[in-house]
Design a protein around this ligand. Sequence first.
Ligand SMILES: Nc1nc2c(ncn2[C@@H]2O[C@H](COP(=O)(O)OP(=O)(O)OP(=O)(O)O)[C@@H](O)[C@H]2O)c(=O)[nH]1
Ligand SMILES: [Mg+2]
Length: 306
Amino acid sequence: MASTNQSPFYKKAEENFLSAKTDEERLNWLEEMIRECPKHKSSEKMLANLKTRRIKLVEKIERIKKSKKSSGSSQETIKKYDMQVALIGETNSGKSSIISSITNANSKVSENQFSTQIPIQGIMEYSGVQIQIIDLPSVKNENFDVGIANTADLNLLVITELSQIEEIKKFIPKAAGKKLIVFNKIDQLNEKEKRKISENLRSKKYNFIMISCRNKQNVEELKEKIFQSFNITRVYLKEPGKSPTDKPLIIHPNSTILDVAKKISKQMAQNIKGVHIWGPSSKFPNQKVGLSHIVKDKDIVEFKTR
Ligand SMILES: Nc1nc2c(ncn2[C@@H]2O[C@H](COP(=O)(O)OP(=O)(O)OP(=O)(O)O)[C@@H](O)[C@H]2O)c(=O)[nH]1
Ligand SMILES: [Mg+2]
């Protein structure tokens, strides 16, 4: 593009245009060039040329946007954690309210329909592990991301009426992970209504929980249920004569006392003199066990070393 007789503003815009890294930036500087291009006879051709380039660039940007959308997933922008949970449901069921209550994320909550337009991610820190929670646009939103629902380890089906379960399932026929029904807004129900719903869900053998984001009822229990669905074993270590640590050691299910010791350190594993346990895997508190004893979630383990 000949720019010898152009204003310094035009030249600056052209420089920026040439060094721009994205098409959006290019479009921005191209528009600046069009504004700065003199509007007299001698530069008519040049102006027309710039405008044609702008039309082509806009078309290109639109084309890329469309193809990104039709690939149907934002997995490229949201990187999957080892433990991923997705919130699935109809508009207004309270998905964004839930992610805002159980994670550090701040997802827009509104009484209007279809407030969430892109997947929002939050991290739930619980018992020393990080679980990724994703708030998805509602199943009937054109931006609903079935890709995330399909690969999540756990899908929370957030409902406010029983009939919504079957409705939601139609949108996620290929979801591979576990499912947990989260019946929200129970602050709006009386005791009899709540009992009826819980009996219904139990009779259908659903894994479910009934909560209220409004008055925080069962929100802690929801966190625990999410955590437990990952089949993680927490072991609280204890030194003789002291109380157990607050932060558990996280290990695989069916681990032995020796696995626990090795996780602490190799050296420690070689110097064990005696082991005592309290909690779910013990027959009685302070039971003496051997190295092949299998621990259970929430056990307390005390090692005596040489
Ligand atoms: N009474 C009551 N209202 C709730 C509760 N949880 C959420 N709400 C309200 O329900 C409305 C919808 O909540 P959202 O969290 O935005 O719902 P959503 O499922 O994210 O909706 P979309 O993003 O449109 O799919 C808001 O007005 C919330 O304040 C609850 O436990 N009880
Ligand atoms: Mg929402």
